[in-house]
Design a protein around this ligand. Sequence first.
Ligand code: GDP
Ligand code: IMO
Ligand code: MG
Length: 463
Amino acid sequence: MSAIPGRHVVVVGTQWGDEGKGKLVDWLTETATGVVRFQGGHNAGHTLVINGVKTALHLIPSGIMRDGVRCYIGNGVVLSAGKLLEEITGLEKARVEVRSRLRVSEGCPLILPFHAALDVAREVAKEKSGAAKIGTTGRGIGPAYEDKVARRALRVQDLKHPDRFERKLRELIAYYNAQLAMLHADQVDWSQVAWLKDQPLSAFVRGGSVDFEAVRQQALDHAKALLPMVADVSRELNEAHKAGGNLLFEGAQGTLLDIDHGTYPFVTSSNCVAGNAAAGSGVGPQLLSYVLGITKAYCTRVGGGPFPTELDWETPGTVGYHLSTVGAERGTTTGRARRCGWFDAALLKRSAQVNGLSGLCITKLDVLDGLKELQLCVGYLLDGERIDLLPLGADDIERCQPIYETLPGWSDSTVGVTRFDRLPQAAQSYLHRIEEVAGVPIHLVSTSPDRDHTILIQDPFQA
Ligand code: GDP
Ligand code: IMO
Ligand code: MG
């Protein structure tokens, strides 16, 4: 008799990233056999806390901390082999077995040092000209996706054939050198770019142009370590499904950073929404049975772009400062401070719509402990008209004035609470109001960074 096919859950961020996806994916892997990344790259940063020990992940799926769980990097991910190998080495030092459990799609476009150089040179040029910066992570994500769509990308599979790789690399570098020259990259001092400490570009880009030999040599060195993990991920996932395993599809970034549905142009360069879980990994959409939207109990954003409910988060004594400090809101990837603001339920409604959310997980509820009153944004005034859904694109969002409802806060601690009925009454009411406005049920609540401090209301794998 054949096995009962598995059930597969997609986990997405519903705001601007850093909602706590990693924590929840790790927690949910207790009943999963595999975790799949399907978009983004090492711009992502997920912090897992297990028995008080922190692990930061960027490219490796957040299932790696459970023995036996397989991890897949799908074709939708833009891959820096160097960063992946660094992350593997870090985990191995902590005695986590990775290489036998990780599979990387041969269809992933490669991120090479010149992608990061162009990303940074563009941001520096914007700053010089006084134009609004995107505030990218400087990881080369945008240029790598541009190459994919322009059909000139080098892909993981090219690493199997050094001659082919070298020919394509030469052509690509000629293109990048022209781009870098236009941006006067020879005047960029890469070492001065504060958030680039961990990726020394000066070894690859000299006098503003890319050193072919340095890039080639490093990429082919990386290939030796990477190729044993390269596989037909689409095939393996379809086989895992038939064998009865439960799979988790782990989104990176968040819906408002989605290239189509986000606060364009202040977005990342991939589709972060649930629909891309299928295309970015090579499974059919009918395999995906449930979509979990991870939602912070307030809002944060790193980088530029509109943020209707943003508060002053830098002045001690303000609510914004409370969120920033109690929530430890600093980026896992670049170390930049995250901007903080009130919960935006009209934004969540947009996310619910474009992802087809089945349920919500509200994270960082404990960060609101001790606030007397909470403001919940339920709509906006745009050009004198009341609207109840976040509009599309940065220009309109910039002009939105939030409309707030005031709810009572609570003074008791919610840290570590694992049952919904043990939450203070005001916290329960706050959560119910979010469900009501967004029109999506809350199925999980997270009450601390720790893996086990999670309230389960409805198991996504059994919903
Ligand atoms: P991701 O990118 O969505 O995986 O989120 P990040 O890991 O970048 O950021 C979320 C941060 O909040 C991490 O430092 C987590 O350890 C932490 N975190 C997650 N859930 C909770 C929670 O319920 N309460 C608190 N206080 N921290 C949490
Ligand atoms: P996780 O997976 C928060 C933001 C950057 C910038 C914009 C574009 O940890 O939630 P990019 O380098 O992607 O071209 O930058 O997107 N950004 C994130 N913000 N969390 C992330 O990932 C992010 N990944 C990218 O700050 O505003
Ligand atoms: Mg993050």
